[in-house]
Design a protein around this ligand. Structure first.
Ligand code: IMP
Length: 479
């Protein structure tokens, strides 16, 4: 079986026209999935986009696949046909018997035999995938693959346009907030096209967004009861939080509904013991967040924070990556880590614990004086000599670069064997002096950030995340 060049040519013409239409991302992708599946005489097609953390594949368009198949759970980018994201074309002859398929038993019940998957590449990197499904076992020709790769190229342009739209939208929202016009109706969101069944779910999603916690709304339905080989009862938890590998069902105060939910949850836990699910109300959830290290117990405690920029988990991941690179670069050597008190304490403490080379620590303290507060004075110098030593200056944030520039020339005067800089945050937009940064955690926007050691007037250092301070708080201050 296979389609003719003419069929593929007409389908590509149709797909290009839809791609250039003003339809939403989801409708565009659904239409492309349909045209693609039909042109390839396949039973189903799915267009997937890689999430911002490159951990999960999110369905943005489908055709011909059942709800059960679509809600079988979030696709883990590392478990579900990972070769595709490495840029390869992947062909699975029998999806029910292949260990690269994440949910083979569902493929079996859904009667899916063969899968062809190709990457959607943006600037040479995988940003998503297209998968084609057939019920009959099928071989795909070179023409089939080449057609699907052309569709993937069109999808790449659509994804990048949607991403641009999303960025513009974020920019727009930030500016709106600055102008105190937060009541203005938001632009339609294309990347998370979710309609919530209940307002409390939307509130919950906002809370998750505040904490920068990735979420998927109702991504999976769990069959609970079967009658005559058919599913008679299912349970669909409200949210899945991939970072915590946790399903969340929101509670209601109505006792009869709660009893019913509890019954279903008990059943679910019996049938799927590996699934981590919690029935929560808002307060339970705040407590849970505190336990997972996302923040203090109540929202009131993070008063003054406009939004979370990096969660505890994101910071930890980046710190581990930096530590791995540093350990590799200094393999076989000893290193002196130098920090400036007090902002660097959290970063220094986490970073050094992940270094696999021998290190010693030293700290300096400084104060600022002069008309614009930008003349640096060292109030506490190093305890030990650094002459002939490999030195890594560890910084919390580099802003104008004035402080670091001063400290680096002070340290160079002691003739270390080498002198490099590792900063968690780089506020490049405000740089006045071009200081060399060898290891950078995150490039941050031109906003005042606090938490994870960084303060505003001595406060907020204890927040386990990095957040943006409300612009109102610092209005008129020359920061
Ligand atoms: P620079 O000399 O302008 O690079 O400033 C560096 C110092 O300013 C940092 O070590 C921080 O103490 C402080 N700083 C700059 N930006 C921020 C911020 O956004 N939050 C908290 N402290 C900041």
């Amino acid at each position: 079986m296979g389609s003719s060049r003419g069929t593929y040519y007409s389908a590509l013409k149709r797909i290009a026209r839809v791609a250039n239409s003003p339809l939403s991302l989801r409708r565009t992708c659904n239409s492309i999935a349909k045209s693609t599946a039909r042109a390839m005489q396949a039973n189903g097609c799915r267009i997937l986009s890689l999430d911002s953390q490159k951990e999960y594949l999110i369905t943005v368009g489908t055709y011909g696949l059942s709800d059960l198949y679509l809600k079988k759970g979030p696709l883990d980018a590392r478990k579900s046909l990972p070769d595709i994201l490495e840029g390869k074309v992947v062909f699975i002859a029998d999806a029910t018997k292949n260990e690269r398929v994440q949910y083979p038993q569902i493929a079996l019940t859904q009667g899916i035999s063969s899968i062809l998957g190709v990457p959607v590449l943006g600037k040479g990197e995988a940003i998503g995938e297209i998968r084609i499904y057939t019920r009959e076992p099928r071989q795909f020709s070179e023409a089939d693959k080449s057609f699907l790769l052309s569709v993937a190229d069109i999808c790449a342009v659509i994804f990048e346009r949607a991403e641009l739209h999303h960025l513009l939208e974020q920019d727009y929202k930030t500016n709106e907030k600055r102008r105190k016009l937060s009541q203005a109706s938001p632009l339609p969101t294309t990347l998370k096209p979710v309609s919530f069944a209940h307002p409390s779910e939307e509130d919950f999603a906002k809370l998750l967004d505040f904490y920068c916690i990735e979420w998927l709304y109702e991504p999976r339905s769990f069959p609970l009861k079967w009658e005559g080989g058919k599913i008679a009862e299912m349970f669909t938890p409200d949210f899945y939080l991939p970072e915590l590998d946790l399903y969340v069902e929101l509670t209601t105060l109505k006792q009869n509904l709660l009893t019913e939910k509890n019954r279903k949850l008990r059943q679910l836990r019996q049938l799927y013991p590996e699934v981590n699910i919690k029935l929560l109300n808002k307060n339970d959830f705040l407590k849970l967040l505190a336990k997972y290290g996302y923040g203090p117990l109540g929202e009131a405690k993070v008063e003054g924070i406009d939004r979370v920029l990096y969660t505890h988990a994101q910071i930890q991941r980046r710190v581990r990556t930096l530590a791995r690179r540093i350990s590799r670069d200094y393999a076989g050597q000893r290193l002196v880590l130098i920090g400036i008190l007090k902002g660097v304490v959290c970063f220094m403490s986490d970073l050094m614990q992940h270094l696999s080379i021998p290190v010693t620590l030293d700290f300096m303290a400084i104060s600022y004086y002069g008309g614009d507060g930008q003349v640096v004075k060292i109030t506490r110098d190093l305890d030990s000599s650094i002459t002939g030593q490999h030195v890594l200056m560890v910084e919390d944030i580099v802003d104008t670069g004035m402080t670091l520039n001063y400290i680096l020339s002070h340290l160079s005067a002691h003739n270390p064997a080498s002198l490099r800089v590792c900063t968690l945050l780089d506020k490049r937009a405000r740089r006045l002096i071009n200081v060399p940064l060898d290891y950078v955690g995150f490039e941050v926007p031109d906003e005042f950030v606090v938490g994870y050691g960084l303060d505003y007037k001595g406060e907020y250092r204890n927040l386990p995340f990095i957040g943006i301070l409300h612009p109102e708080l610092i209005k008129g201050h020359n920061l």
